[in-house]
Design a protein. Structure first.
Ligand code: WT7
Length: 657
């Protein structure tokens, strides 16, 4: 991060204090209440979390131990307690609100389906019995590759009900990505759909699963269960494949939950890191669910008449915490959407907020920016008066987009919660509370009570206000990841590095804090990009590129992008001579297609530049800083005297395609 960015961010002086009426009704009401919670956590850390774990969750057997740090950084929370996540999301609401709508589902074509808690419980039980009939049992991994649907929530909840560990793969990922995850997780079954519908187009899913399984090494997978979404064409492998509707049709309508230890893995979710191989982030049952429920109440100020809408896909952690688990754990009514925000037109989100009377709306800055571009005044055509809280997640929001969201969508009435968190953190860690925190555009403001965040320098010393540094969390918290699936060493090295004596959780983000203690996230400090709120490893894209037989070498960097935050730029050395003109353009398209096929369309480089070589030091290290400057179109001011081959800089400055 440059001093200039730090400078400009600390210049942001606008503050928006919460409205007195809002503060009065809020679950955490006013700064004094927030500070009291923070002080309670400081005073008695275990007692604080134990209290919330008792209040938020229903236990089969209560825990007696709270935090076990004896095998740090492999922390355990509430370990001798037993519970079931699906019981907490469904059964416990049946006595009080069986007929409340749990999910309002709007399909791509506008068809709306509503499901009550009673009906959702019934269908989860039938699905759970179906999974059991396939001999799927506690601890087995189940890979889920399904579109946004009531069915995918049922599938995830059914896994939780029987103690199976789900691993959801985003429907935009390729067959190759599915393959890699099946093998790493050792999945015994894959749950998928024939196709998914997005923006009026059908995109095959079952075909990708077939392709993944055909790549070999997937003997672990015994069953493929297919939800018929579109009726589109599918290939069938008898004995292995079965329709979801056949599987569940004659199953009993109740299914006793499998009581598991608080530490039993609830799910694995793969995310990019700084090596070529995605990490299987493993979450626990109780700690994760506690934070999901607690932040529904704290950050989203959940009230029983709310209609909550988080637009994230269940393929990302946001869709785990704030679609599948959090809203159901607190018994909320939520909206789920199958399609894309721009279909049939850029008013879709606003129309849905109006029609379903959403009160809380949570989306990504990249979606906000693209909707500004496509229709900055469109929200004015809809009745958005029910909205009371807005939220953002996934990437920094620029103050201009924040102001538009605040004024045009929220009509200057709705607090915006800019929630900072990660796949690994399980839920929000640094965020405004709507009835507490004066808002500062572009800042995720203050840590939640019980979250011991800090900004430190390379030696682990806290930095002074206004200075940039490394964001760390100094104490374990209940919803943190427990390990990287099958790779505890990588967990330790990536998140609890030696530099800080293995004591601090390293988030991988750079951040700064102003004189009021407000945090602003400056972006990743590792080789990870954030494109449209999605995390991509540069190494992952590089290894996809060099897997192409025409490619000799590749280096991938990010550059700022108005719409997606960051964009992927690849520098490529081919085995053949450096292409020029039309040849180069054709080669760019070919390699873009290749990356889409290897990882998924989200990883497709926006720009590819060819050189006869990459800029390297005499010791052979690729000078990425230089490549980042070239990608940005900056003048190169840095010292290039250590460069082995300065002549190739000229070639790489020339964008192709
Ligand atoms: C990375 C985590 C959190 C769920 C979705 C993304 C960036 C996340 C914010 C925010 C600035 C943010 C960070 C973080 N990020 N939220 N409010 N402001 N940056 O989860 O894929 O695990 O990515 O997203 O860089 O490390 P993820």
């Amino acid at each position: 991060m440059s001093d200039q960015t730090i400078e400009s961010l600390s210049q942001e002086k606008r503050l928006f204090a919460p409205d007195a009426q809002f503060v009065k009704q809020a679950n955490v009401s006013g700064m004094v209440a927030y500070q009291a919670l923070c002080a309670e956590a400081q005073r008695d850390y275990s007692g604080f979390w134990a209290r919330h774990a008792r209040e938020q969750l229903t236990w089969q057997n209560p825990f007696t131990r709270v935090l076990d740090e004896s095998n740090a950084p492999f922390f355990k929370w509430f370990e001798d307690g037993t519970l079931n996540a699906s019981y907490n999301c469904l059964d416990r609401h049946l006595a009080t609100q069986p007929d409340k709508i749990a999910i309002i589902f709007e399909a791509d074509d506008g068809t709306v389906t509503r499901i009550t808690y009673r009906e959702l419980h019934r269908r989860v039980c039938m699905m759970a019995n179906g999974l059991k009939s396939l001999a799927i049992k506690k601890g087995d991994r189940v890979l889920i590759y399904m579109p946004m649907s009531i069915e995918v929530v049922i599938a995830m909840q059914a896994c939780a009900r029987i103690g199976a560990i789900h691993s959801v793969v985003f429907g935009g990922f390729s067959a190759k990505s599915v393959h890699e995850r099946i093998i790493d997780a050792g999945a015994v079954a894959v749950l998928t759909a024939d196709e998914q519908m997005r923006g009026g187009k059908a995109i095959p899913l079952k075909t990708a699963v077939d392709e993944a399984l055909a790549l070999g090494g997937c003997e672990c997978v015994k069953q493929v269960v297919v939800y018929r979404r579109s009726g589109g064409p599918v290939q069938w492998s008898d004995g292995r494949d079965r329709w979801l509707h056949d599987l569940v049709s004659n199953q009993p309508e109740t299914c006793a939950p499998e009581w598991v230890s608080a530490e039993h893995p609830l799910f694995i979710l793969y995310t990019s890191g700084s090596t070529g191989k995605p990490k299987g982030v493993q979450h626990s049952t109780a700690g994760f669910l506690l934070h999901a429920a607690l932040t529904m109440r704290w950050t989203f100020d959940y009230k029983k008449h709310d209609v909550f809408w988080c637009t994230a896909d269940v393929g990302w952690v946001t869709g785990h915490t704030y679609v599948c688990y959090g809203p159901l754990a607190v018994g909320a009514t939520q909206i789920m959407f199958e399609g894309v925000p721009t279909y049939p037109d850029a008013g879709r989100f606003w129309r849905m907020i109006q029609d379903h009377q959403a009160t809380v709306f949570y989306t990504a800055p990249t979606a906000i920016r693209s909707l500004i571009k496509l229709g900055a005044t469109l929200p004015n055509n809809y009745d958005l008066s029910r909205l009371r809280i807005l939220g953002t997640v996934g990437e920094p929001i620029n103050p201009e987009a924040w102001m538009w969201y605040y004024e045009t969508v929220g009509k200057s009435r709705c607090p915006i919660v800019d929630t900072w968190w990660q796949t690994e953190t399980g839920g929000h860690l640094i965020t405004p509370l709507p009835g507490v925190t004066p808002l500062k555009p572009g800042s995720c403001t203050l840590p939640l009570p019980g979250i011991m965040a800090d900004i430190v320098d390379e030696t682990g010393q806290s930095v002074e206000p206004g200075k940039g540094g490394i964001l760390v969390i100094k104490r374990p918290w209940p919803s943190m990841l427990r390990t990287i699936w099958g790779n505890p060493e990588r967990y330790k090295n990536a998140y609890f590095p030696e530099e800080f004596q293995g004591k601090y959780y390293l988030a991988g983000d750079g951040a700064m804090r102003d004189e009021n203690g407000y945090y602003t996230i400056m972006g990743r400090i590792d080789d990870v990009l954030n494109v449209a709120g999605h995390r991509l490893g540069t190494m992952e894209i590089e290894s996809a590129l060099v897997a192409n037989k025409l490619v000799a070498e590749a280096a991938v960097v990010g550059r700022p992008d108005d719409l997606t935050g960051e964009a992927v730029v690849a520098f490529v050395v081919l085995k053949q001579t450096r292409p020029m003109g039309e040849d180069a353009k054709a080669m760019v398209r070919q390699l873009q297609e290749w990356v889409s096929h290897e990882i998924g369309p989200i990883a497709k480089p926006k720009e590819i530049r060819f050189g006869e070589n990459l800029p390297k030091t005499r010791s052979g290290k690729i000078m990425r800083r230089l490549l980042r400057d070239i990608a940005k179109g900056n003048e190169i001011t840095q010292d290039v005297s250590t460069l082995e081959n300065p002549a190739i800089l000229q070639q790489l400055k020339d964008p192709q395609g």
